[in-house]
Design a protein around this ligand. Structure first.
Ligand SMILES: Cc1cc2nc3c(=O)[nH]c(=O)nc-3n(C[C@H](O)[C@H](O)[C@H](O)COP(=O)(O)OP(=O)(O)OC[C@H]3O[C@@H](n4cnc5c(N)ncnc54)[C@H](O)[C@@H]3O)c2cc1C
Length: 440
């Protein structure tokens, strides 16, 4: 367990008005806050991290199902452009140039090197990078230990409610602390149980920063079709296809059905795009291809072969279920049968074609996303146009910085969101470090 006493060390000076003064205060001790602290700490500056949770880096513990998918080999600008047509982008923001500028300064290779230099061995699993131990707790402990070794002070259980700035000089935090540089690393709204309540947005807005409406991302999608009750708990490999901005988008993976709609990685990947379409009043339709690895005409042939296997005398009973058994999950078959009407003409060719189309063009109708509590990240956030991607400093308020999920940038599943936290932290930390040495 963490002792509060152990976390509080170092010697900040006390100001005339009895506030404790630090060179740098970081609000939020998550992935980006702790890394900013590590990158910015020098022997000569004082750095304080404030977090309202009882332990720093609480969210890191639940990442990657407890294994922490730190980054992805595709999280580098060279590979961003090679994302094949039709697939969703690895990262999304109101301003793609902003995240490209950030990632170009600190990408997946820098993340792997940073962790290696700090003693963490990583492993590449099909491009997904994890700690070799496959334990998120190792990442959490490493970051906390490095902070402690370097003399970063961490105060837990402190819920920051107010920040202000004296004219052209120091920031005041909760009428208790004062600092020259303030970093907002408070995350977004996703994962309320790990300390995210959107309070950072309010703080940023007091300084005139605009907020791009936050919506849940990497979460399940509620659909209004009647068959989900029967599909609940079913998992199957499938491809999701839909149209956004006139462009066909598709994503493939292990789809999970729930009583409210669709979940699992492919649903997570498209959730923020679907969420924004719903927010602007569009009615997206998602087509599910239940056998994406087989082309339509091949599937017609396969179904026809299965049809021929049924004895002529049995073809009038329920040929469709027999044709599909052995090809699809039973629950999926019954959902397809609810949408499917057997063609009127007694023609096996027409039946096989109609059935193949039903399997490859199964439609669901989203109406809402699952709430922030169930989301892994936030789409939207602080408008990036007011933040300098070369420093992470506010263009509106000197000495105010932003890192991580609080900004209007979000990634798909696969390590892109932690990479974002690490990239922004490295740039911010480097800027703060150089400023401190300049002051000496
Ligand atoms: C279940 C789950 C699994 C995930 N798995 C992965 C994964 O495997 N790979 C990946 O890349 N991404 C993953 N993510 C996303 C990733 O964890 C986040 O994008 C990342 O942690 C964001 O880092 P951050 O530092 O910006 O914010 P956070 O980690 O959210 O940290 C913000 C911190 O600020 C503190 N705070 C907020 N407001 C205040 C306040 N007013 N006063 C004091 N403290 C405050 C919070 O307590 C919190 O500790 C996952 C997310 C979840 C929820």
């Amino acid at each position: 367990m963490f002792s509060r006493r152990k976390l509080l060390h170092g010697s900040p000076r006390t100001t005339n008005n009895h506030f404790m003064f630090y060179d740098i205060i970081i609000i939020g001790g998550g992935a980006s806050g702790l890394c900013t602290a590590i990158h910015s700490k020098t022997e000569n500056n004082t750095v304080l991290v404030l977090d309202h949770n009882s332990i720093p880096g609480k969210k890191i513990l639940s990442t990657g199902n407890g294994r922490c998918n730190l980054t992805n080999v595709n999280a580098s600008v060279d590979l961003f452009d090679s994302n094949p047509e039709g697939l969703i982008p690895y990262m999304t923001s109101g301003d793609p140039l902003f995240y490209q500028e950030v990632i170009s300064q600190f990408d997946c290779h820098d993340t792997i090197n940073f962790f290696a230099e700090n003693g963490l061995l990583c492993v590449d699993k099909n491009g997904y990078i994890y700690p070799r131990s496959e334990q998120a707790s190792a990442v959490n402990e490493l970051l906390r230990n490095r902070c402690e070794d370097l003399g970063v002070e961490i105060v837990v259980g402190h819920d920051v409610r107010s920040i202000s700035k004296k004219k052209d000089s120091e920031f005041i935090v909760d009428s208790k602390y004062e600092c020259s540089n303030l970093v907002l690393a408070t995350g977004g709204l996703a994962g309320a149980s790990t300390g995210n309540d959107g309070s950072g947005y309010k703080m940023a807005r007091t300084f005139g920063h605009e907020l791009v409406e936050p919506i849940p991302a990497l979460c399940g999608i509620k659909c209004r079709d009647p068959f989900f009750r029967h599909l609940k708990g079913t998992r199957t490999d499938a491809k999701l296809i839909f149209k956004a901005n006139g462009k066909n988008i598709s994503v493939q993976g292990n789809l999970q059905f729930t009583d409210y709609g669709i979940s699992g990685i492919p649903a997570f990947q498209i959730s923020s795009i679907i969420g924004y379409m719903l927010a602007i009043g569009e009615s997206p339709v998602i087509t599910i291809d239940f056998i994406p690895e087989i082309a339509l005409y091949e599937l017609v042939n396969l179904l026809y072969r299965n049809y021929q296997l049924i004895p002529k005398s049995a073809r009038f009973d329920d040929p469709v279920t027999r044709m599909l058994t052995g090809i699809l999950n039973k629950n999926v078959i019954s959902a397809i049968m609810r949408q499917f009407t057997i063609p009127a003409e007694n023609d096996p060719d027409a039946l096989c074609l109609a059935l193949a189309r039903a399997i490859k063009l199964f439609q669901v109708h989203p109406y809402e996303l699952m709430p922030f509590e169930n989301a892994q990240t936030t789409a939207g956030g602080i408008f990036t146009g007011d933040v300098d991607p070369l420093t992470m400093e506010s263009r509106l308020v000197k000495g105010l910085f932003f890192t991580g999920e609080i900004l209007d940038v979000n990634g798909i599943c696969g390590g892109y969101n932690l990479q974002w936290a690490f990239s922004t932290a490295a740039i911010c930390g480097k800027t703060l470090r150089s400023r401190q040495s300049f002051r000496l």
